[in-house]
Design a protein around this ligand. Structure first.
Ligand SMILES: Cc1cc2nc3c(=O)[nH]c(=O)nc-3n(C[C@H](O)[C@H](O)[C@H](O)COP(=O)(O)O)c2cc1C
Length: 182
C-alpha cells in the first residue's frame, strides 16, 4: 500500500483534537497536538495516544510516567497549531496551570476537558510509540469540541456537548452501545 493511500484514508477519519501535556524531569512543561487519541477499555478506564518517538513530549512523558489529555474546544485552533509547530516555548503562547492533583499542565483557555493519566504501557511501533494511559482524574465543562478532518479544523456542528451525568447516561444507553467506553 503506498503511503499516499494510507494518508488519504486517515485524513478522512475526522476526530476531536487534543493537546497531550506532561512535565519534564527539568521541571518544564511539554506538550503536542494529538488526534490519535482513542478509548481502549472502560474497565479499567484506559485511553491510548500514539506519539512520535523522536519527539520531546514523549521523552518527557516516559520520564514522568504521567500525562494529561486536554480536549480542545471550538476556539482552540490556535493552540492546536502552536502545539504542532516548532515554537520555542509553546506554553508561553497559551493560558495554562498545573492540575491540583498531579500538577500536570492544563490548558485553561483552549481546553474544555482535561484527563490526568498514569502510563500503563508503552509500545514502540515504527516511528511512533503507543502510550496506554490509565485515567485517574477528569475535569470537564460543557463546550463545542474542535474537530480535525480532511486536513482542516472545524467546530462540532451540533453545538455544545453537555457535561454528562454518568448514572443517567449508563441507564439511557442503547444495549448495542454498552460495550463502548464512550
Ligand atoms: C491536527 C494534528 C494532529 C496531530 N496528531 C499527532 C498525533 O496523534 N501524534 C503525534 O505524534 N503527532 C501528531 N501531530 C504532530 C505533532 O503535534 C508535532 O509533530 C509536534 O511538533 C510534536 O511535538 P514534540 O516534538 O514536542 O513531541 C499532529 C499535528 C496536527 C496539526
Amino acid at each position: 500500500m503506498p503511503l499516499a493511500g494510507f494518508r488519504s484514508l486517515m485524513s478522512a477519519f475526522a476526530t476531536g483534537v487534543a493537546v497531550v501535556t506532561t512535565l519534564g524531569a527539568d521541571g518544564l512543561p511539554y506538550g503536542l497536538t494529538c488526534t490519535s487519541l482513542a478509548s481502549v477499555t472502560a474497565s479499567p478506564p484506559i485511553l491510548s495516544v500514539c506519539l512520535t518517538t523522536r519527539g520531546e513530549t514523549l521523552r518527557a512523558l516516559r520520564d514522568r510516567g504521567t500525562f494529561a489529555v486536554n480536549l480542545l474546544h471550538e476556539r482552540g485552533q490556535r493552540a492546536a497549531e502552536i502545539f504542532a509547530a516548532p515554537v520555542a516555548d509553546r506554553f508561553a503562547e497559551v493560558g495554562w496551570e498545573p492540575t491540583p492533583t498531579a500538577g500536570l499542565p492544563r490548558l485553561t483557555d483552549d481546553a474544555f476537558a482535561t484527563a490526568e493519566c498514569r502510563v500503563s504501557r508503552l509500545l514502540d511501533v515504527g516511528d511512533h510509540t503507543m502510550v496506554l494511559g490509565m485515567v485517574t482524574e477528569v475535569v470537564q465543562m460543557p463546550a463545542t469540541p474542535l474537530l480535525y478532518g480532511g486536513r482542516r479544523f472545524a467546530a462540532w456542528p451540533d453545538g455544545p456537548i453537555p457535561q454528562p451525568d454518568p448514572a443517567a447516561e449508563a441507564a439511557s444507553l442503547p444495549s448495542s452501545f454498552r460495550g463502548s467506553p464512550c
